[in-house]
Design a protein around this ligand. Structure first.
Ligand SMILES: Nc1ncnc2c1ncn2[C@@H]1O[C@H](COP(=O)(O)OP(=O)(O)OP(=O)(O)O)[C@@H](O)[C@H]1O
Length: 596
């Protein structure tokens, strides 16, 4: 899928299908016990409710003309009882169905989220995160009602219709036939409107998604917005997106309501025809009791139909959400264990790239025919101009993407043949943004090894000389870090990320060094931290600081997706090539800033 922006509608690759419907049924199947009880309550409630008109008919045609007061009282109590049972059972049913609906959306949300955890970087690279978020939260919420109440009411209303039809045909065959005939017109109309309705709700889902993506992006970029004073412009963009959503919504509502309006009108036409036919057309003319009962049944017959039309409307609306939810659940996990994958044995640390070629999308090769070999314990600084492919090389070692050509081996095991869990659990990976999760500092360090004791957490922090600044925080190791590590300096965040990795004690270290300028004291701390991390492990570092580069055993100079130079600092300086030039420029910059 092409890269998507907040104001570009997502392409729908797989529309809702029978396969999706069967998946939906699986979720509903998990609450079938509760749904069955609710169904039983509804069925009993509605059969009891249906005897009401029969009682009325009897009262009108027999009890009142015969002036039998005792029978009248009996019939009144019976009539009242039918109402109590009907209402009471419906109330209990509502509670049960609400619980079932919440269970269904809980299960679906859990599955979507669990699947998202497995999706590769490329999935997240290609779409605004707000568009992912809206699926997990609001789309899943939106389908709760249709998958619980909707499904149940659908069955109940169908049963209602059958029961009412039976009662109706018992009272008067010709009048019942007139009542049922209107159905053909409703079916034809629904058939005509359905594709338009589907498209209209898909557009609403797209516009919703765009709006969400923009709000999420704006919150994330709020600092930059204020720096560039873009608030007014942003409000304008939101207004535009919100207006587009409103227009899409209004169109969808108009199309959807036409189903309801048509069904309602049809019911009124049929209702009138029952009276006309009852009085003028059929012979002998219907009695007043029959007419009253038939009018009530006709009304009751069409009420479930109108309800079905509403359920259908909600279903079509929900399909637009369901297809996005299942699109996520069915998104292929491109980076997963091969069927024959074996756990990677304890790693010694030899890494081999053999004729590796890679591109993020087919149109632009990023790495071409890259080969190199690294011995256990070696530390490799990957340097080169921006966009050269340094981070990409690191991502491939951790198998965040699959190579298109060639192979990457660790201790002779091709990454494609080992399980991801065994690979990543033996690697320490630190990307440029040392993302910290909301929780305490200790929790964040323990992310590296969940069973680590407090003493172990403090030991690694002390090794990295982070202990002092942590203890200076209001609650020391129990200080709560805000989402993303806000409230801590960039250097502090990096130190905590180092501690997290050191605690995991990986055999292979992959570190994408952040470029931000930091004060010389922090620089020194980080430098020491990196040296501690490098000890005894095979390491790959995308290095921007010369101090980091020099502390590595070997340097690879990457440019245009190729390794142009490789060797120690002294060897590459002697070569007077690309690395020498880069080094010279950096030295001049440091001198200009009075740092050397
Ligand atoms: N997720 C992605 N999808 C598509 N193209 C990408 C993606 N990530 C990087 N690229 C492209 O791949 C090329 C190499 O990127 P890479 O991040 O590896 O460069 P780099 O050498 O690490 O750069 P820098 O020093 O600026 O971080 C760049 O041209 C970049 O635009």
């Amino acid at each position: 899928m092409a890269r998507n922006k907040y104001d570009i509608d997502e392409r729908l690759d797989v529309p809702f299908s029978w396969k999706n419907l069967s998946s939906v049924m699986t979720y509903i199947g998990r609450v079938k016990g509760r749904m069955s009880v609710a169904l039983l309550l509804s069925a009993v409630g509605s059969v009891v409710g249906l005897t009401g008109p029969l009682i009325l008919q009897k009262v009108m045609d027999e009890v009142i003309p015969s002036r039998n007061m005792e029978a009248l009282v009996r019939m009144t109590i019976l009539f009242a009882l039918t109402i109590v049972v009907n209402v009471g059972f419906n109330a209990i049913r509502t509670i049960i169905v609400t619980q079932a609906g919440q269970q269904i959306i809980h299960d679906i949300r859990q599955d979507v989220f669990a699947h998202l955890q497995k999706l590769p970087f490329s999935y997240y690279d290609n779409r605004p995160h707000g568009k992912i978020l809206v699926r997990v939260i609001s789309y899943v919420n939106s389908i709760s009602d249709i998958l619980s109440n909707g499904v149940l009411n659908f069955i109940i209303e169908l049963i209602n219709i059958v029961f009412i039809a039976i009662f109706m045909f018992r009272v008067s065959m010709p009048l019942a036939s007139i009542t049922v005939a209107g159905l053909v017109f409703v079916a034809a109309f629904i058939f005509y409107i359905k594709p338009r309705q589907r498209r209209a709700w898909q557009r609403v889902s797209d516009k919703n998604s765009n709006l969400n993506a923009y709000v999420q992006e704006s919150i994330q970029g709020s600092r930059v917005t204020q720096i560039f004073d873009r608030q007014k412009k942003n409000v304008g963009i939101l207004r535009r997106l919100s207006r587009m959503r409103r227009i899409a919504w209004m169109k969808a509502i108009v199309v959807s309501n036409s189903v309801w309006v048509f069904t309602e009108s049809m019911s009124q036409i049929v209702f009138t025809l029952v009276y006309i036919a009852g009085v003028y057309l059929i012979s002998p003319m219907a009695t007043f009791g029959v007419l009253l009962a038939m009018a009530t049944y006709a009304n009751r017959f069409w009420q479930p139909l109108i309800n079905l039309a509403n359920i259908y409307n909600n279903f079509i609306n929900s399909v637009a959400y369901l297809e996005r939810i299942f699109e996520t659940i069915n998104e292929p996990v491109l980076i997963e264990d091969a069927p024959h994958a074996r756990p990677l044995p304890p790693v010694k640390g030899k890494v081999d790239f053999t004729h590796v070629s890679f591109s993020y999308d087919a149109s632009r090769p990023i790495l071409t025919d890259v080969s190199f070999s690294v011995s256990p314990g070696e530390s490799i600084a990957v340097v080169g101009p921006t966009g050269a492919g340094k981070t990409t090389i690191l991502s491939l070692i951790s198998r965040f993407y699959n190579v298109q050509e060639g192979s990457i081996c660790i201790d002779g095991h091709d990454l494609m043949d080992v399980t991801l869990e065994s690979l990543r659990s033996q690697m320490g990976i630190m990307l440029q943004d040392s993302f910290l999760f909301s929780g305490t500092i200790a929790d964040n360090i323990r992310y590296g090894r969940l069973d680590a004791s407090d003493a172990e957490v403090e030991r690694v922090a002390t090794m990295l000389q982070a202990d002092a600044f942590i203890r200076n925080l209001p609650d020391g190791y129990h200080t709560v870090v805000k989402e993303g590590g806000r409230g801590l300096s960039q250097g502090e965040r990096q130190l905590i990320a180092f501690a997290r990795t050191l605690l995991a004690d990986p055999r292979i270290l992959v570190l994408d060094e952040a470029t931000s300028s930091i004060d010389s004291r922090t620089e020194e701390l980080l430098q020491r931290g990196i040296s501690i991390l490098l000890e005894g492990r095979t390491s790959f570092i995308v290095a921007h600081r010369l101090s980091t580069v020099r502390s590595c055993t070997r340097i690879m100079y990457v440019h245009g997706g190729k390794i142009l130079e490789t060797g120690s600092h002294d060897e590459l300086m002697a070569l007077r090539g690309h690395y020498w030039r880069l080094h010279t420029v950096q030295m001049k910059e440091l001198a200009a800033h009075g740092k050397i």
